[in-house]
Write a protein of this length. Structure first.
Length: 210
């Protein structure tokens, strides 16, 4: 892996960058050139505590600086998955050859699955489609599309594990149907079956009147 990163000089004329505070500018430069960056444009696998520690910042200082960058639309993050994405980074880091794109395969596999990875894939795909055919072919070989439903499927599995009706439950009850009553001997509601209790009640009333 190379030990250098390309930084476009046009950054110093970019209105969004110039509008950032000093700490946010430093954070942006770190996101472009820091130790967690790779040749995969704009995709960084790092947590906020890790980045803050590298910059020597407290969590509060980091949150304020990243908030500036985020509000400008320059960076997004899924801190639970520890993924940061710079949507416009690919515009300023064009691969020099199709082999560079093929080298993204291992890096891409190491990016945790999350909705932000799906968003990054679509951005990188759109970027690659504007390149010559050899680059597009290399992209299709190197970067498999992440499943957009994977996160939803994981949430459903977790809900089923927590729901006591989801394991070994009656299919009708699990679908919200009214549960059937417990089985037992049916009461005798025929005329003969009711005759005994009715006669006993009448006898009791006659005894009270007398």
């Amino acid at each position: 892996m190379s030990r250098y990163r390309k930084v476009d000089q046009r950054m110093w004329a970019d209105a969004k960058f110039l509008s950032l505070g000093d700490r946010a500018k430093l954070l942006w430069v770190y996101l472009l050139t820091g130790t967690s960056t790779t040749s995969l444009p704009g995709v960084i696998v790092a947590g906020r505590a890790q980045i803050a520690e590298h910059l020597g910042w407290s969590p509060e200082v980091f949150a304020e600086a990243f908030g500036e960058v985020f509000r400008k639309g320059m960076a997004k993050a899924d801190w639970e998955a520890r993924v940061v994405f710079l949507p416009r980074a690919s515009r300023y880091a064009s691969p020099e050859s199709p082999n560079v794109i093929r080298g993204w395969r291992t890096l891409w596999d190491e990016v945790p699955e999350c909705s932000l990875k799906c968003e990054a894939y679509q951005a990188l795909k759109a970027f690659a489609e504007a390149l010559p055919e050899a680059f597009r072919k290399a992209f299709g070989e190197a970067l498999p599309q992440p499943s957009p439903n994977q996160e939803q499927e994981q949430e459903q599995e977790q809900e089923q594990e927590q729901d006591p009706q989801s394991v070994g439950a009656n299919p009708e009850t699990a679908r919200g149907a009214r549960p059937t009553a417990a089985k037992g001997p049916k009461p005798d509601v025929s005329r003969e079956g009711l005759a005994g209790p009715v006669l006993a009640a009448l006898a009791s009333l006659e005894a009270d009147e007398s």
